[in-house]
Write a protein that binds this ligand. Sequence first.
Ligand code: ZN
Length: 160
Amino acid sequence: MQLQSMYQEIILDHYRNPHGRGLREPFEAEVHHVNPTCGDEVTLRVHLDGDTLADVSYEGMGCSISQASVSAMYDLVIGKTVPEALAVGEDFMTLMQSKGDTTVADKLEDSLEDAVAFAGVSKYPARIKCALMSWMALKDASARALSVAHPTTPTGGSTA
Ligand code: ZN
């Protein structure tokens, strides 16, 4: 099977059978992100155990890329700490900026697992936002959840 069609198969599989879909409790933060250029939407909740992502639950609608991206992300981030998950998100961002350079995808395969299948999306600037929406939502929700979990952590500015 050609790499391109294998990648498409992975994306379609996540789209048809999304992993971890549905909004669950408990959660410390909920965010709603939209990608107006395509009409994609996602509502995403984060539940932390310490700094670890114990659950990421979501509902969404939109194109296959946006919805498959949330599902692939779910598999990647559950059980990781927030900094680890955001580091994977940075790798995904790098993949989206690779403009179809397969050497970039090869290097990131261990980190991104199924999400490396989105490599082809990097050739289509209009679709990159579809793939990135879920990661933006995760970053946003994680930051909010951490501020709830550690309300006494100084955020800078005031010195007690
Ligand atoms: Zn889209």
